[in-house]
Design a protein around this ligand. Structure first.
Ligand SMILES: [Zn+2]
Length: 263
């Protein structure tokens, strides 16, 4: 699914600001020891966003995304669910961001997710024409769908939730990341293998675009790093799986991919 540069840049800005190399606490201890903020109830969020002028369709989309993130996050972190904030405003930096996972490496701080509600529905609708859906043809090979306009927004929401939760899984379970080098050759009937190819091409496009825009080196690295490629592979694959099954549970084994220990 295409990322636009603003999204990645803003995501980078959100996380980079809080990075510190001095944190020696193990990540899993870190999240369980940190004081845990509670995610407010959906009805409370709904009322609050409504009074702040967020449109009904955006509130619904944000709450659907929140619910998917919660379900997926709980599967991996039942003892330390990360709170989810839904913001009603976009800043210059967060313009274009749909959601983000934040891991502040500061003692006693906790992981969290952020969802940016303004125009979320409209933005997802717009992105439908750019997103990547792989479908099996009669010969059993995966091919790019000719049109993605018909994809229900709920599929994109599920895929986005999988992307963000995979980032938290990357942080705490250190899975073996998907990587173009891990593919000896593309297997035309394997969804993940195809998703790796597509994600690699998308990351390459982002890299080119960064160069054209003369983006700073560390920003470009953040936007095109292996973790981002890996999360993109998960997102593309999740879109396909959810489109076929409409089951959020079916995304759990996918997000678990590459973890050596049982979770
Ligand atoms: Zn990401």
């Amino acid at each position: 699914m295409c990322r636009n540069l603003e999204v990645l840049y803003a995501l980078f800005m959100l996380t980079f600001k809080k990075l510190s190399d001095k944190d020696n606490v193990s990540p899993v201890q870190h999240i369980s020891r940190g004081f845990m903020l509670q995610t407010p109830a959906a009805s409370e969020i709904q009322a609050s966003l409504k009074t702040k002028g967020v449109r009904r369709e955006d509130i619904k989309t944000a709450l659907d995304l929140k619910s998917f993130i919660e379900k997926l996050d709980f599967s991996f972190f039942p003892q330390a669910s990360a709170p989810i904030r839904i913001l009603h405003r976009l800043s210059r930096i967060t313009k274009g961001v749909r959601a983000a996972y934040i891991h502040p490496r500061v003692k006693n701080a906790t992981d969290s997710y952020v969802i940016f509600a303004p125009a979320l529905h409209k933005r997802l609708e717009k992105e439908k024409s750019e997103c990547t859906l792989l479908l099996k043809n009669k010969g059993g090979e995966f091919i790019l769908a000719e049109s993605t306009k018909h994809i229900p927004p709920i599929c994109m929401i599920a895929a986005l939730a999988a992307h963000e939760v995979r980032h938290r899984v990357q942080q705490h379970f250190k899975p073996k990341l998907f990587d173009p080098k891990s593919l000896s050759e593309r297997n035309p009937s394997d969804l993940l293998s195809n998703a790796v190819c597509v994600a690699t091409l998308l990351i390459e496009e982002i890299r080119k675009s960064c160069k054209q825009r003369k983006e700073r080196k560390h920003v470009m690295q953040m936007m095109t790093c292996r973790k981002e490629l890996d999360a993109l592979v998960i997102e593309i694959t999740a879109l396909h799986i959810f489109y076929q099954s409409h089951s959020i549970e079916k995304l759990i084994p996918l997000i678990r991919a590459g973890i050596s220990q049982a979770v």
